[in-house]
Design a protein around this ligand. Structure first.
Ligand SMILES: [Zn+2]
Length: 190
C-alpha cells in the first residue's frame, strides 16, 4: 500500500483502519518537531550520566494529530495522561526511552504494551534515538490484557533472544513483535 490520503491518515489515528488497510510505514510530519524536542530533553543531561523519560498524550484536534500534556518522568518511566478536552479525541500516548549508556533503538516494554491496550490507545509511540516505534490497534486487539501474562511472555522472549546473541535492543524488538503478533500491528515511523 502506498501513501495514505489525509482522510485515511486521520482514520488510522482514530483506530478505524483494519489491519489490511494499514501502511508499512508512516511519516509523522505533524508531530515530528515536538517528538524531536522531547527526545533532546530526554538526553540533555546524558554527559552527566542522567537521562529522563518524557511523555505526552496524542490527540486529534481540528483534524490534526498533536501532542499535549507534555510531562517528564524518571530515568525508566513516565506517567502519561489520557485526559483530553471535549473538543479533542484521544488517540494514544507518546514517550521516550533514553538510556544512561547511550543505548538507543529500544522499543516498547511489556508494561508499555499492556497499558497501551488497557488504556484503549489507538496508536502508541515510543522514541529511542532517531527511531520511533508505533503500535496500531486493529480488529484483533483485545479490550484488555493481563499485565503479568504479557510480562512473562515478553521477558521469556528477551531472555531467549539475548541467549542467542541478540543485542538488548534487538531482543526487545523481537519480544515486541512476538508479544503483539495477532493483537497489534507495528508500523515503522520515520
Ligand atoms: Zn516505555
Amino acid at each position: 500500500m502506498g501513501r495514505l490520503s489525509k482522510k485515511r491518515r486521520l482514520q488510522l489515528f482514530l483506530g478505524r483502519l483494519t489491519s489490511s488497510e494499514l501502511p508499512q510505514s508512516i511519516k509523522l510530519t505533524e508531530i515530528y518537531d515536538d517528538t524531536s524536542d522531547l527526545w533532546e530533553y530526554s538526553i540533555a543531561q546524558l554527559s552527566s550520566g542522567i537521562v529522563t523519560e518524557w511523555g505526552a498524550t496524542l490527540v486529534v484536534a481540528k483534524g490534526t494529530l498533536i501532542l499535549k500534556n507534555i510531562v517528564s518522568g524518571a530515568n525508566s518511566g513516565v506517567a502519561t495522561s489520557t485526559e483530553v478536552e471535549t473538543s479533542e479525541t484521544f488517540v494514544g500516548t507518546f514517550h521516550t526511552h533514553p538510556y544512561e549508556d547511550s543505548t538507543t533503538g529500544v522499543a516498547f516494554s511489556s508494561a508499555d504494551i499492556a497499558s497501551a491496550i488497557n488504556n484503549g490507545e489507538n496508536i502508541s509511540l515510543v522514541q529511542s534515538g532517531h527511531k520511533i516505534f508505533m503500535l496500531v490497534k486493529t480488529e484483533y486487539t483485545p479490550r484488555s490484557v493481563d499485565v503479568f501474562n504479557v510480562e512473562v511472555a515478553f521477558q521469556t522472549m528477551v531472555f531467549n533472544a539475548m541467549a542467542f546473541g541478540e543485542s538488548f535492543g534487538d531482543a526487545v524488538f523481537l519480544a515486541n513483535r512476538s508479544v503483539v503478533s495477532n493483537i497489534w500491528a507495528s508500523v515503522v515511523c520515520w
